[in-house]
Design a protein around this ligand. Structure first.
Ligand code: XMP
Length: 317
């Protein structure tokens, strides 16, 4: 019968047999899945695993530095790549959500390709694909309609003729977390909310600029730190903020303001396929709203999203 210990042991053995003396390259995202997958591969083949962590300029506030440090602490052979300007250039002027996703996916492949070519004789591409990704990419990308093109599935295979290794593709998210715990990964990584590959780009409605990213990073950080401080972070499945492409009138002192609106989004869910809006306490929402409006220049109104999935989705784009 299945235990995480037996899964870890048999997976490491299978990886050693499969990979042998070859080199593997993996892109890490800071998320649970890619981190657990990389740790398994690292336990199997050590320094033959080359990890790449790309700063796309669309991560949360301070996330790139913090995550890079935890990867280094975990002993992974990891290279941080600053590609911020390349992503902003690719996104310039794009407003359609799918155009933004495609530009990000394309840019990511360019950056990854360039980095992977620096590793001599690399044979394998490691990926943190989990079972629901496999399902969702099949059901979502029907022949007639692509609801959203999740670029973390199916984007990289075939690429550079690398063979693909996906040690988690039979597991559900909760099993991945259990495996991560067995591997001794830090709680700060295992307990993280899911975060979309295109990052803040799909939470800035309309076109993405460095200035808008900076505003949303501040707003997001107040919300997420507030959830942690009030013991609510682990009560919700995912949380984030959206920068809306509209301005509204406000008043600050004697001055009339005309600034941006942000929406807070927090949901409860089991797997992200369906979700309910989280019934966060009013007092908490009041505090966060005040903090955001007082501290973040350019924002004068906060709304809370009370839509469930379906028919809404978790992200706004
Ligand atoms: P939706 O918005 O479809 O989101 O209800 C379901 C889950 O998927 C994440 N998401 C993405 N993840 N690339 C990703 O890697 C994407 O393009 C993408 N779009 C949505 C979303 O954050 C939620 O966890």
């Amino acid at each position: 019968d299945w235990t995480t210990e037996s899964f870890v042991e048999s997976t490491i053995q299978a990886l050693q047999t499969k990979i042998g003396d070859d080199k593997v390259v993996m892109a890490l995202s800071g998320g649970v899945d890619s981190t657990v997958a990389a740790t398994l591969v690292h336990r199997a083949i050590g320094e033959q695993l080359y990890c790449i962590f790309v700063d796309n300029g669309l991560l949360r506030k301070n996330e790139f530095e913090e995550v890079l440090h935890s990867y280094q602490d975990m002993g992974l052979n990891i290279k941080g790549v600053d590609a911020v300007q390349q992503f902003y250039t690719a996104l310039k002027g794009l407003e359609d959500p799918e155009d933004k996703r495609k530009a990000i996916g394309r840019t990511f492949i360019e950056v990854f390709d360039q980095e992977a070519h620096l590793i001599q004789d690399v044979k394998w591409l490691g990926q943190g694909t989990i079972y629901p990704d496999v399902i969702e990419s099949v059901s979502v990308k029907g022949p007639s309609a692509t609801i959203k093109s999740h670029h973390n599935v199916g984007g990289l295979p075939d690429f550079m003729n690398l063979k693909v290794v996906e040690p988690l593709n039979t597991l559900f998210k909760d099993e991945v977390r259990e495996v991560g715990k067995t591997l001794g990964l830090p709680g700060s990584i295992l307990g993280r909310h899911p975060f979309p590959g295109p990052g803040l780009a799909i939470r800035i409605l309309g076109d993405v600029t460095a200035e808008r990213v900076a505003i949303l990073q501040e707003v997001d950080s107040i919300f997420i730190e507030g959830l942690k401080k009030h013991g609510l972070y682990n009560e919700v499945w995912q949380a984030g903020t959206m920068l809306l492409p509209i301005q509204s009138v406000g008043v600050m002192g004697d001055e009339r303001t005309y600034e941006r609106v942000v929406a807070l989004r927090a949901v409860t869910s089991v797997d992200g396929m369906t979700a309910d809006w989280a019934h966060l306490p009013y007092d908490f929402l009041a505090e966060i709203s005040n903090d955001i409006i007082n501290k973040v220049k350019g924002v004068n109104r906060v709304v809370y999203d009370i839509s469930s999935k379906p028919p809404a989705t978790i992200e706004w784009e």
